[in-house]
Design a protein around this ligand. Structure first.
Ligand code: GTP
Length: 188
C-alpha cells in the first residue's frame, strides 16, 4: 500500500478485481454474460470498466478468455456470495489486501468505483454484489455460506460492518431480455 493510502484513497496495486459471473440466467433465458449491448458482450464491458481500477483481474464462476477463472467457494450453486468468497480467498493466495467485486451483468458502472467505495469495506446499496472488500473477510463469507440458509450479501456486509454507498447514478443490472432491450434503446 502506498504511504498516503489512508489520506488519499487506495492504491490500485493492492486491489484484485473480480467479475462475479456464475449463476443460471433463468430470467434472461440464455447466458446473459455473453449477450451483447451496443456491440460488446456484457461481461467484456464490465471487464473494461474494472481493468483500470485494479492490479489484476479474475473471473469467478466461469471460464473467460484471457483471464484466470476461479470456481465458487465452498461450492458452486450457492449464489453470488460464493463468488465473493472465492474472490477473497484468491486475493489472500495472491497477496492482495482488497477485492473489488462487480457482477458480469451490470452496465453503467462508474470509472471511479474504487474511490467511491473508499474507505472500505463498502458496497453499492442498490447492487450489493458491487463492493470493495478486505481479503481477510473470506472467513466471514464462508461462515454465512456454511451455516445460514440465506446467503445474503447484505448480511455479509453487515457482519463485517461495511458501509452502504449510494452512487450519484445507481448502476443497474440486466436480468431479463426486456431489460437489455430497454437499455439498448434508451440507455437506462
Ligand atoms: N460466481 C457466481 N456468480 C453468480 C452466482 N449466481 C449469480 N451470480 C452472478 O451474480 C450476478 C447476479 O446474478 P442474478 O441475476 O441474481 O442470478 P442469475 O443466476 O445470474 O440469474 P437468474 O437465474 O435469472 O436469477 C450475475 O453477475 C451472475 O453472473 C453464483 O452462484 N456464482
Amino acid at each position: 500500500m502506498s504511504c498516503c493510502a489512508g489520506l488519499l484513497g487506495i492504491d490500485r496495486a493492492v486491489i484484485l478485481g473480480a467479475v462475479i459471473a456464475g449463476g443460471k440466467s433463468t430470467r434472461f433465458g440464455s447466458d446473459k454474460a455473453l449477450a451483447t449491448l451496443h456491440g460488446r458482450t456484457l461481461i467484456d464491458q464490465v471487464i473494461e470498466t474494472l481493468a483500470p481500477q485494479c492490479a489484476e483481474m479474475i473471473v469467478v464462476g466461469r471460464e473467460h478468455p484471457g483471464l484466470p477463472g476461479v470456481p465458487d467457494q465452498p461450492a458452486p450453486g450457492l449464489g453470488p456470495l460464493a463468488g465473493i468468497a472465492a474472490a477473497l480467498l484468491e486475493a489472500q493466495a495472491r497477496g492482495y489486501s482488497a477485492v473489488l467485486t462487480v457482477p458480469c451483468d451490470a452496465f453503467d458502472l462508474p470509472g471511479d468505483l474504487t474511490g467511491r467505495l473508499f474507505p472500505y469495506p463498502a458496497y453499492v446499496e442498490s447492487l450489493p454484489v458491487v463492493g470493495l472488500w478486505p481479503a481477510y473477510a473470506a472467513a466471514d463469507a464462508l461462515a454465512i455460506l456454511e451455516s445460514e440458509e440465506k446467503h445474503s450479501i447484505k448480511g455479509f456486509a453487515a457482519r463485517i460492518s461495511a458501509r452502504a454507498v449510494q452512487l450519484p447514478r445507481a448502476p443497474a443490472n440486466i436480468n431479463t431480455a426486456a431489460d437489455l432491450e430497454r437499455v439498448e434503446r434508451h440507455g437506462i
